[in-house]
Design a protein around this ligand. Structure first.
Ligand code: AMP
Ligand code: ZN
Length: 475
């Protein structure tokens, strides 16, 4: 079955035709690792995790790359606030990110490149842009010249003059056009820096993603994805830099998820209306959060409400109870291995399966797809309500179980398939205890503070005190 995706580049629903038959090269903009991720970030990571896994389910070989932005203003600010090196901030929150991913059932990417590891590629790309006349050096900074790329604005669907009027851009009289953006920023006092032909400094955010995506997926690849806030300027600038360097089309399909809103506003760090994934995971398991997001189409906005979360809890419960009952009922009977497709009793399941897959293939219509999953549950429950089941019925149920497990390989809402090691919960609890211990130490309650450290040690958690604060690791 062909998969259709809404491509921001053309504003159309398009049939997905990969550059190489049977393969999908897929890049997702990852987080800036300067803090714990919030539930809005989680939406992006969950919906593209589902799409990645749906491609695999559909027989594609997927190469999935998600960068970690570990060189950025926000990291530097955080490091200055905490009095630690930026690298320590990056490491701490990268580790936390993977704990959150485990809690959310988000599979790790095949590659998680970081800007610091890709510095050589980034510098080569900037040199190439200067050599080809698309970028200019002022003092020790390098800017991309947007007027040199006639297609600038093609992703956001705006012309240069419209963008100039609408954009909020920092004023820098050294730029030829206010929309020109930084490829390389010279070092300011106290900032981390890398050597470059233009002096010590650091790359701009956009060039980092161009370098990392092309390094791992080649100059032209299939899918580039992220939240809708990244369309302009981040993705627009990535296209400009990459296509000017290579002279080839960069990513073919651009996918963007809608926002998670809270009381009508985008959940964001800057508005302060965010809830961290690790905090929410202490109340709702990852399977529930996935179910919550799947109830809405990935491109639509979704409101975070208690009612919505409760609905996801009951939907998730219904599925898990069903799956447990089904597994129990089939214990001791083996699947015959023969096809059930001709059996009358399987027909209703076969058509629901077909509709589910076709909904997923239609720009990942998860509300329709999960509705079909619940149709399957309802039909199968009719069998499970019977006291006696014929051998044919059992064979039908075996097939249904295999189907449901197949669907869960991309939905990830039943959770049996994903080992849940509670790592996000453990992380949140340890962080809480570290805060309590810190408060006790401030009050000179040394005995109680030491007791927390010793008891954690007995449970296999080692606290490590440093000037920048207390960290922890498993023994
Ligand atoms: P950031 O660390 O802010 O660059 O965000 C990482 C990813 O999360 C990007 O793809 C963002 O577009 C996405 N994102 C951030 N906030 C939200 C939100 N409230 N709803 C949906 N996606 C978001
Ligand atoms: Zn990016």
């Amino acid at each position: 079955m062909t998969i259709k995706l809404h491509n921001t580049l053309t504003s159309r629903l398009e049939e997905f035709i990969p550059n190489q038959p049977g393969k999908v090269d897929f890049y997702v903009c990852g987080p800036t690792v300067y803090d714990y991720i919030h539930l809005g970030n989680a939406r992006a990571f969950i919906v593209f995790d589902v799409l990645r896994r749906f491609f695999t389910y559909s027989g594609y070989e997927v190469k999935y790359v998600m960068n970690l932005t570990d060189v950025d203003d926000k990291i530097i600010q955080r490091a200055q606030k905490d009095g630690t090196p930026a690298s320590v901030v990056g490491e701490k929150f990268s580790k936390a990110l993977f704990e959150d991913f485990a809690g959310l059932g988000v599979q790790r990417a095949d590659v998680h490149p970081t800007a610091t590891e890709s510095m050589d590629q980034i510098i080569v790309l900037i040199q190439d842009l200067i050599a080809k006349g698309f970028a200019y050096v002022v003092d020790s900074d390098v800017f991309f010249e947007v007027d040199k790329f006639p297609e600038y604005g093609k992703l956001s669907g705006k012309k240069l003059d419209q963008l100039q009027v609408g954009a909020r851009i920092e004023v820098d009289s050294r730029k030829k056009n206010p929309l020109d953006f930084s490829l390389w920023k010279s070092q300011k006092p106290g900032e981390p820096a890398w050597d470059s032909p233009w002096g010590p400094g650091r790359p701009g955010w956009h060039i980092e993603c161009s370098a990392m995506s092309m390094q791992h997926l080649g100059q032209s690849f299939d899918i580039h994805a992220g939240g809708v806030d990244l369309v302009f300027p981040h993705h627009e600038n990535e296209i400009a830099q990459s296509e000017c360097v290579t002279g080839k089309p960069f990513a073919k399909y651009w996918l963007h998820n809608g926002f998670l809103n809270i009381d009508g506003d985008k959940m964001s760090k800057s508005l302060g209306n965010f809830r961290t994934v690790r905090e929410v995971l202490t109340k709702y398991p990852g399977v529930v959060l996935r179910m919550f997001f799947l109830q809405k189409h990935y491109r639509s906005p979704i409101d975070l409400t208690e009612a919505g979360l409760h609905a996801a809890v009951s939907a998730s419960e219904r599925l898990r109870t069903f799956y447990a009952k089904l597994s129990e009922r089939l214990e001791g009977s083996a699947a015959s291995g023969e096809s059930v497709s001709d059996l009358e009793a399987y027909k209703v399941f076969a058509s629901a399966k077909q509709e589910l897959v076709s909904a997923m293939s239609d720009d990942m219509n998860t509300p329709a797809a999960t509705a079909r999953l619940f149709d399957i549950v309802r039909e199968a429950n009719k069998f499970l309500a019977e006291e006696e089941l014929s051998e044919t019925d059992l064979q039908v149920l075996h097939a249904v179980k295999a189907d449901v497990e197949g669907f869960d390989s991309f939905f990830g809402v039943i959770g049996e398939a994903i080992p849940d090691d509670n790592s996000a919960l453990v992380g949140a609890l340890v962080e809480t205890l570290i805060d309590v211990r810190e408060a006790l130490r401030n009050k000179k309650e040394w005995a109680l503070a030491d007791q927390i450290r010793d008891r954690l040690q007995e449970s296999g958690i080692v606290l490590e005190d440093a000037a920048s604060g207390t960290g922890w690791r498993k023994k």
